[in-house]
Design a binder for this molecule. Sequence first.
Ligand code: ADP
Ligand code: MG
Length: 257
Amino acid sequence: MSRTTGTAGGTMGADRPEIEIRGLHKSFGDNHVLRGIDLDVARGEVVCVIGPSGSGKSTLLRCVNLLEEPSRGRVLVGGTELTDPDVDIDAARRRIGMVFQQFNLFPHVSVTGNLTLPQRRVLGRGKAEALAVARENLERVGLAGKADAYPAQLSGGQQQRVAIARALSMGPEVMLFDEPTSALDPELVGEVLSVMRVLAGEGMTMMVVTHEMSFAREVADRVVFMDGGVVVEQGPAEQVVTRPARERTRDFLNRVL
Ligand code: ADP
Ligand code: MG
């Protein structure tokens, strides 16, 4: 994890973090939610973000792909500054896949349609290519057999795997997950986490907001504990989850573990 952020030598950007968050603040009216976040995520790194409800975890993720506009500070993904007013935000955002707690599938089209429509509309891919990419990603999440099903015919776990396949079909360099298993019945959590584990193993750069401490411990390269809109503590999962240095982190873990 000791990667340098400098550009000295080598190709420009080759060793800079995939995600760079600098002095990030976000307010909603008088509510100062993010209060100065500095965070890097290296290429291929899996960072789990934990913390109490209302601490700003979702807002942080949403600022990373500019679903929310930061009030102050900078966000760079793959070396492109998303907070630069001159940047082509749609192009920059295509590098970032996002998976939400609610799967947000299009209810009136098939699983295949859910995967091909965004590719065709946003990326301008032809029908055959979009279909091939959709098939490949359905296979990746273990749902090749559900290509013609409609979302309502699938379990929550299957719907979330479709949502992941849909995001992957856009060819993202980074994947953001906001409590991807929180809406699922307990017996369906495992299948979604397995897909995420495989993605992590393939070297995907991932930021994952989760309450699944065993997942964090097993898969995350780093765990970030947020409270009150700041990063209170971060480090290797084993350290933050099992031997937290800060009292606020200990209190939180005692409540969730
Ligand atoms: P977490 O994901 O850690 O539970 P959030 O980022 O969702 O926290 O919320 C942090 C704070 O920001 C909360 O006080 C919430 O009410 C507020 N907030 C989040 N999104 C909005 C929004 N779109 N408009 C106004 N307030 C918001
Ligand atoms: Mg949230």
